[in-house]
Design a protein around this ligand. Structure first.
Ligand SMILES: Nc1nc2c(ncn2[C@@H]2O[C@H](COP(=O)(O)OP(=O)(O)OP(=O)(O)O)[C@@H](O)[C@H]2O)c(=O)[nH]1
Ligand SMILES: [K+]
Ligand SMILES: [Mg+2]
Length: 450
């Protein structure tokens, strides 16, 4: 299938609003001709030209710098021109319209990056990293997106995909030469290679999960029995009266989400209905929502009354069972006469008072650390990843497990198929395998001009 010839697209590449400099970007076969007309002279590739941009009647719209990147050595792989003018929205609009008069079409969101992908300048995970870099909430997330853009994530995916392919080849060969024992065809080490591959995939999955958290921020869900002070704690952390606080058990019913920043690190907090037996229909629905929210939590913040931690622990233990990490807050420490001696096992405990603010500094430090992936291996070299990538890796892992079982039972054709499916999942991460609606879905979430 041949791709249809692409037209020339144009967009304002700088952020909306006034600024010192604004950039209009063109990409496509007509880019340099349009720029020549606008600037009144031909542009040499990779040269900064000081030019006057003129309208159809020859009147000067603005003066500025024009840069021409001849394809394929450009961001999109096509001919690209960047027109730098004064950063006035009015001037930039006029320049944009003039480019359209001269044959360009306004770009869709993400269309420049989509072209870079289609021209092979970036793989799909790298193109996604471009959007993640632009949207990064803090310096750490930006650095991690930069590493993904440099291909650190893609290289690890490719390495696993290559090894998977090599194993596939052995299995396929064994199907074709059914008389030979699998060992001689695949080499005696096939089982070992399988194990090594599974380990590498598990490590990559952990790194991608960390990368997803770097991109999306930590998702923390506050749970506990009624009246433990969950909403009070949300308010204390958010620094506002976001949630209703009363001394009536069962005050909170709906989920209440708030994004907070601690020293520039972003995390999401969700306040939930108190967990207890009984309650009216509304409260029970609230508890159902609380449990559902916990299933997508990176962290459960279990808030219990410091005066009766055993009861609090019992009220939430089953709800938090599946959550990766749990932070216990013994709240209302101001009401406590002497230090408590309750130990919930391996989880951490902090003593706080949402009312007096005691212990909140330590809580801030701990939350910042958790949001930054503190205490996890390989904090350095971390790259951003997306839920899409994590899901694909999980599916690849499941196919690998299937394949291993099928191989052990010498059901080679099924094993070959499972390996193929696993390989396709990895290919979908970098875009070598492309489900139909994937590209539109990914690039439509970009900003215009990128
Ligand atoms: N003394 C003291 N009282 C607190 C503290 N935190 C919360 N309270 C009080 O405890 C009561 C319940 O607080 P909420 O924040 O509504 O508790 P909740 O866990 O959200 O309750 P539900 O939404 O009903 O599940 C209110 O009267 C708060 O003022 C604290 O640290 N010390
Ligand atoms: K309450
Ligand atoms: Mg509440």
């Amino acid at each position: 299938m041949t791709e249809p010839a692409r037209d020339t697209i144009v967009a304002v590449a700088t952020a909306p609003g006034a600024g010192g400099v604004g950039i209009v970007r063109l990409s496509g076969a007509g880019a340099s001709a349009i720029a020549r007309t606008l600037a009144g002279r031909a542009l040499r590739p990779r040269h900064a030209h000081h030019v006057r941009f003129r309208d159809a009647r020859g009147e000067v719209l603005d003066d500025g710098i024009a840069l021409y990147f001849q394809g394929p050595a450009s961001y999109t792989g096509e001919d690209v021109v960047e027109l730098q003018a004064h950063g006035s929205p009015a001037v930039l609009q006029e320049l944009l319209l003039r480019c359209c008069e001269l044959g360009a079409r306004r770009a869709r969101p993400g269309e420049f990056s989509e072209r870079a992908f289609l021209e092979g300048r970036l793989d799909l995970a790298q193109a996604e990293a471009v959007a993640d870099l632009i949207a990064a909430a803090d310096a750490r997330a930006a650095r991690a997106a930069r590493r993904a853009l440099d291909g650190e994530f893609s290289r690890r995916v490719d390495a696993i995909a290559d090894e998977l392919l090599a194993i596939r080849v052995h299995v396929e060969a064994a199907i074709d030469f059914a008389d030979e024992p699998l060992d001689t065809l695949g080499g005696a080490g096939l089982g070992k290679r399988f194990d090594a591959l599974a380990l590498a995939l598990a490590a990559l999955l952990r790194a991608a999960e960390r990368g997803r958290r770097l991109r999306d921020g930590l998702h923390a869900v506050i749970v506990g029995p009624p009246n433990a002070g969950k909403s009070s704690l949300l308010n204390a952390l958010a620094g506002s009266d976001r949630a209703i606080v009363t001394d009536i058990a069962g005050t909170t019913r709906d989920l209440l989400q708030e994004t907070i920043r601690i020293d520039g690190v972003e995390l999401t907090l969700v306040d939930t209905a108190g967990l207890r037996d009984g309650g009216d229909a509304i409260e029970r629905e609230g508890m159902r929502r609380a449990r559902a929210e916990l299933s997508r939590a990176d962290l459960a913040i279990a808030v219990i009354d410091a005066r009766d931690p055993e009861a609090g622990h019992a009220a939430v233990a089953d709800a938090i069972a599946g959550v990766a990490s749990v932070l216990w807050l013994h709240n209302k420490s101001d009401l406590l006469a002497s230090g408590p001696a309750f130990d919930p096992g391996t989880d951490e405990v902090l003593h706080v008072s949402a009312r007096t603010g005691a212990g909140l500094d330590a809580l801030h430090r701990r939350l910042r650390g958790l949001a930054q992936g503190e205490g996890e291996d390989a904090g350095e070299g971390a790259f951003t990843a997306r839920a899409r990538h994590v899901d694909a890796l999980l599916r690849a892992q499941a196919h690998l497990v299937e394949a291993r079982g099928q191989l052990d039972h010498e059901i080679l054709d099924l094993a070959a198929e499972s390996l193929r499916l696993g390989h396709d999942e990895l290919g979908a991460i970098t875009g070598r395998v492309r489900p139909d609606d994937l590209l539109g879905h990914i690039f439509s979430s970009f900003c215009i001009g990128k």
